[in-house]
Design a binder for this molecule. Sequence first.
Ligand SMILES: *Cc1c(COP(=O)(O)O)cnc(C)c1O
Length: 388
Amino acid sequence: MSFDQLQAELEQRKAESLYRRRRVLEGAQGPEVQVDGRRYLAFCSNDYLSLANHPEVIAAMHAGAERFGVGGGASHLVNGHSTAHHALEEALAEFTGRERVLLFSTGYMANLGAINALLGKQDAIYQDRLNHASLLDAGLLSGARFQRYLHNDAGSLAQRLGGTAARRTLVVTDGVFSMDGDLADLPALSRVTREAGGWLMVDDAHGFGCLGRGGRGIVDHFGLGHDEVPVLVGTLGKAFGTAGAFVAGSETLIETLIQFARTYIYTTSMPPAVAWATLTSLELLEREDWRRERLTALIRRFRDGCEQLGLELMDSPTPIQPVLVGESDRAMAMSAALEEQGIFVTAIRPPTVPAGSARLRVTLCAEHTEEQVDRLLDGLDRARKAVA
Ligand SMILES: *Cc1c(COP(=O)(O)O)cnc(C)c1O
């Protein structure tokens, strides 16, 4: 057997401007990054609160490694569940106002594990068509009857929910949509879901830290709670600046996940020092409102600037501020033109986003300066003219 067929598929991807290449960062994440010996102004990380390289978080990681060593050593159910993991679960339960929290090693695994612990073939799952890939994959894997509804459209969801004979019904949505930056209409989605007797699961990977009181996320932003959103997922690799993820909910939900979530049971626990560091990043995230205030100011400055330049944005009040471009080759060319000016912005292309909606996914973080945002605006204007 040869690899010719695979090679042909790779060539096809290149021809369609869909080929992905990795860039090698030579230092920490931040408003500026070093790549190939050159410094770039970067607008592509999800480190919204600039905590990934925060000295106190780094110090906590050191202290955690001193106390707990490096590796988790075993799965949580064998003997890999440490004081560090346990303390973080308790702190996150208090933060989210839920009875309990369960840590997972990544957000992808949290979604795969939670959905598959809750649903089987007798059940039904309904998902926003723009949900994160990990949610869509989890739904397919579960074997439940799977339907997608129109983006953020509670009416479309209600139509599909009618007359289901499923044992259990789970409605799943991103809180903040990861490639668009818009907010799920949780008040309407939760109403429709409850009327149908279902459960609503929200993956708030991009809302925690950015929205709500003290960064408590989109559920808090809308003044909702456990009854409206019984299954709440957060990830730690974005605004928290560390790594991992969690599911928050009732005692019964969390015990169910401990018993049945295969991505929890059959994997080594995250390095305990990461959990230890996350306790510090949680404190900073909750306490330092100035980070959210700065973001709000930067978002306003960026959106105003784009409007003046006639650049097309999406309906986003969050640090995710995609500039809509359309075709993949054009998005790639604009990204390359920005790079020539020393500015890093990733082009996001299908299949991550729908065909014809390639975009430059600009993300802002708390430690960007106004001057840096102005440089980005100027760079976008030049890039657009360069590829026109
Ligand atoms: C990033 C992301 C995930 C995956 O989280 P990881 O911890 O990076 O695996 C899940 N859901 C959404 C909405 C995300 O944006």
